[in-house]
Design a protein around this ligand. Sequence first.
Ligand SMILES: Cc1cc2nc3c(=O)[nH]c(=O)nc-3n(C[C@H](O)[C@H](O)[C@H](O)COP(=O)(O)OP(=O)(O)OC[C@H]3O[C@@H](n4cnc5c(N)ncnc54)[C@H](O)[C@@H]3O)c2cc1C
Length: 367
Amino acid sequence: MSSRRCVVIGAGILGASVAARLASAGMQVTLLDRDRPGRGTSRWSFAWLNSNDKAPRHYHDLNHAGIRAWAELAGDLDGDAWYRPSGHVELADPGDPGTGELAARVSRLTEWGYPARIIDPAEAARLEPALRVPAPGAFFLREGYLLTEPLIARLVARAQSHGAEVRTGEPGRVTRLEPGSVPRVRTAAGTVLEADDVICCAGRWTPELAAVPLVPWRIPGSTAPGLAVRIGPVTPPGLSRLVHTPDLALRPHPGGLLHLEAPDTVVDLHTQEAELDRWAEELLRRAQRTVRGLDAARVVDRKVCPRPMPTDGQSIVGRLPGTPGVYVAVTHSGVTLAARLSQLIAEDLTTSTPPACLAPYTPARFT
Ligand SMILES: Cc1cc2nc3c(=O)[nH]c(=O)nc-3n(C[C@H](O)[C@H](O)[C@H](O)COP(=O)(O)OP(=O)(O)OC[C@H]3O[C@@H](n4cnc5c(N)ncnc54)[C@H](O)[C@@H]3O)c2cc1C
């Protein structure tokens, strides 16, 4: 085991988690990223830890296990710096028949052992005193969010403390994967790395290196990109947890900011700057209508960021058929899933029996 050489491509939340897990298990790990760790999709994620509306049941269970895996890791990886198990308040629109959908979802989730309960406006106000118009809704007790940048820094440091080598910039930029009994990785610096296993965690760029079907994210009209908006300053006390209203998602962000998203922002990588500014201002106004303490707030940052979205909506995790030595891991909900997937990937690489709960996510389903 200790002589097994693994090259992990991509130091986002998934690759950093995998590298930390494999290095801790005694493998010789080289972690490659063409940028600094954590500067890809993970940096702009809403980073909501949840299995709130995930289907089918096996995918719900995987995400639920993902939430528990972060709780376990927080205990021995300086969780105060990145782990925010705040709970999640979802406010229903009182005039919307969708309230029935929320009640049905809470009922289904509690049957599945996922802590959730319906709340009235008084409880919403008690949970989040900064809400301007507390409404009925639901409280999801074990959900929360992660601060991905300090987390990824700690995962990379943990991998290094167990002997992993980290290469970034041109020495970390992979130009080609060569499968085989001894797979090879070529980098832009002209180096050829040989390994026993290559684990490709390149997020939305994975198809450039390995044949997996993702929703095309560069084309006009793609559904993969989302708009992330950060606003501040927030006059204390502000929000203490993650909140959804029918037209806005909010959570605290470091530096006294709020991170916002909305379900109706239709943007892609071709959307004009003026249109993005208009959306950012619209989300700021919605936040000011929702939460007290934002009178002086302005848009501090905004970013259109594409999600890595497998075409069938489910994670793609496992050995790639026809490419010996190459293992891929690419998923939406990667923030929720990374800690659990890294455990399963380590198990898959080191035992002869693949974990049964990874079976639905095998890349072989596309061949
Ligand atoms: C707007 C938005 C909101 C989201 N909200 C949530 C949420 O609330 N909850 C949730 O769980 N998930 C959410 N997601 C999804 C989640 O953020 C992603 O699934 C996750 O960040 C993917 O992590 P990753 O490590 O796979 O990819 P990334 O973070 O993109 O990391 C991939 C890394 O690979 C590197 N790389 C790429 N190509 C190469 C190469 N050739 N050579 C070397 N390095 C390479 C990149 O530089 C990058 O650092 C959201 C995503 C978006 C965009």
